[in-house]
Write a protein that binds this ligand. Structure first.
Ligand code: SF4
Ligand code: FES
Length: 234
């Protein structure tokens, strides 16, 4: 039988199925926590910690996307500690990653009062744009390592496993095996990675060309030439 737990969220008593995550309960009462690494199409991994809430009696804040509820939990979603944590995460991300094309992240920075200049001397993730196929470009200066693309390419959607994580620590990055160009990997260019990317680090070639001022015919010609090159190069 599907049991329910009763918990208290910001003073409100809520009943929910016992196998729910905190985020699922928050969504059911129209109070979803802000997400970065979690996405409806991928499995939550609890990587970014932006969805944290305060649970009374717990030493650390709980990531709501991966934390299961318990009977009698008392949860605060907007305590000073929660807000400060979310704001700091955004400020640190913004200091090292180009979030200029991440509207959801920009909205979160406004909502939590993030200081966009807080860490002016932070090391940034500078690197060249990877433009090696007719379908999408990869601009990893904009990558905040949320893993959504890796999950979409793997077990969550496509089962292609073309992209993974390479390097260590600050130098870790999303990459292909041996950093090979995309056409030399198992990639089938399904576009699922592009669809789940929150920052435009992965961008369709059409959008990329449009930003450069190319019109429809020019884009078609460019893509046709690139496809020909890719086919001939294999
Ligand atoms: S490329 Fe996009 S989806 Fe992939 S880890 Fe980076 S930000 Fe996330
Ligand atoms: S959204 Fe929950 S940890 Fe990233």
């Amino acid at each position: 039988m599907n049991k329910t737990f009763t918990l208290t969220i910001d003073g409100q008593s809520v009943d929910a199925p016992q196998d729910s995550t905190i985020q699922q309960v928050l969504e059911s009462i129209n109070k979803p926590a802000p997400l970065i690494c979690a996405h409806e199409a991928t499995t939550p991994e609890g990587l970014c910690r932006q969805c944290v809430v305060e649970v009374e009696g717990w030493r650390v804040l709980a990531p709501s996307c991966v934390t299961k509820i318990n009977e009698g939990m008392v949860i605060h979603t907007a305590s000073e500690r929660v807000i400060r944590s979310r704001r700091t995460i955004l400020e640190m991300l913004n200091a090292s990653v180009d979030l200029s094309e991440a509207p959801e992240l920009q909205a979160q920075m406004d909502e939590f009062g993030a200081d966009r200049e807080r860490f002016p001397h932070a090391k940034t993730r500078e690197q060249d744009v990877k433009d090696d196929n007719p379908f999408f470009v990869r601009d990893y200066e904009k990558c905040l390592m949320c893993w959504r693309c890796v999950q979409a390419c793997g077990d969550d959607i496509q089962y292609t496993y073309s992209i993974s994580v390479g390097g260590r620590g600050f130098e870790s990055k999303i990459s292909t095996f041996f950093d090979s160009p995309m056409p030399e990997t198992s990639c089938v260019f399904c576009g699922n990675c592009v669809a789940v990317c929150p920052t435009n680090a992965l961008k369709s070639k059409t959008e990329f060309f449009m930003e450069q001022g190319l019109d429809y015919d020019e884009i078609r010609q460019e893509k046709r030439a690139e496809k020909k090159k890719m086919g001939g190069g294999k």
